[in-house]
Design a protein around this ligand. Structure first.
Ligand SMILES: Nc1nc2c(ncn2[C@@H]2O[C@H](COP(=O)(O)OP(=O)(O)OP(=O)(O)O)[C@@H](O)[C@H]2O)c(=O)[nH]1
Ligand SMILES: [Mg+2]
Length: 247
């Protein structure tokens, strides 16, 4: 069993200790943001206590996302217009701290959970820790047909990953995660879209590095529109799953 999965009970027992021992100077937070000017200030504000550096990788936006990021003290990068994966890949070479945390700009993730994601890495128990919506709950992953197909697809992909590497992850698609930066820079990430989330996990496991996950709640996006189309992105999910599982 590769994946160390912390249960709710274990996590609650560790909560105070983890908060006390968190070292913000060890952490850079990378936020991919496209058309997120309304949500971004609140997200950066909540991230600040937990990170020494905040990098916002901005996609083509007409709402002033880049200006908002800069005026809130973030380092601003511009992606190549290819998608979220492209944005994260632009930011990775700039990270200089031992741990990199990825988090969305739409207010879906709780920055207050950053210490829980980082602690297993600093304790040398894991190299890549994802936040699980299946363990922490989600306010936007169920209810309609779109959500049904996303959840079913995500669960299928997670099951394939668990089968291939003999682990027991529950969520392979959440964008909220922490990775040891030295490992991250060795993953040779290639995906340009949100398929980068599953690529990161599969390449971590292929490389023999340690995965873990902790529960974290996913909230509905605060403002604006989703950038994901299930029908349009499905073929790429299948292709990248087969590619990184077997080749
Ligand atoms: N830089 C950049 N960021 C992007 C791009 N596409 C999406 N993002 C950001 O990536 C994050 C996740 O995108 P979302 O559209 O919220 O995707 P999602 O969380 O799977 O979908 P929802 O459930 O609707 O929120 C958000 O912070 C987006 O602003 C892009 O092309 N470039
Ligand atoms: Mg979102």
């Amino acid at each position: 069993m590769n994946a160390g999965c912390f249960t709710d009970t274990a996590l609650q027992a560790r909560f105070d200790e983890v908060m006390r021992s968190h070292v913000a100077t060890d952490v850079t937070v990378v936020i991919a943001a496209k058309q997120e000017a309304l949500s971004l200030p609140g997200v950066i504000d909540r991230v600040r206590p937990f990170a020494s550096t905040v990098i916002v990788a901005v996609g083509r936006s007409t709402d002033g996302t880049a200006d908002v990021a800069a005026s809130n003290g973030a380092i601003v990068l511009h992606d190549n217009g290819l998608g979220k994966g492209d944005a994260l890949r632009c930011a990775i070479p700039k990270v200089q701290t031992p741990v990199t945390v990825f988090l969305d700009a739409d207010g879906s993730h709780d920055p207050e959970d950053i210490p829980l994601l980082v602690a297993p890495i600093l304790a040398d128990e894991a190299d890549h820790v994802t936040a699980s919506r299946l363990r922490g709950g989600s306010s936007e992953l169920h209810g309609g047909f779109d959500e049904f197909f996303r959840l079913a697809g995500s669960s299928f992909i997670t099951a394939c990953i668990n089968w291939r590497w003999g682990c027991r992850l529950s969520d392979s698609q959440n964008g909220f995660r922490a990775v040891r930066t030295s490992v991250l820079k060795n993953l040779d990430l290639r995906e340009n879209t949100t398929t980068i989330e599953q690529e990161m996990i599969m390449k971590t496991l292929r490389g023999g590095w340690r995965m873990a996950e902790v529960p974290s709640h996913e909230h509905p996006r605060r403002h604006g529109q989703s950038h994901i189309s299930v029908a349009r992105s499905a073929p790429r999910y299948v292709y990248s799953l087969v590619r990184y599982l077997f080749f």
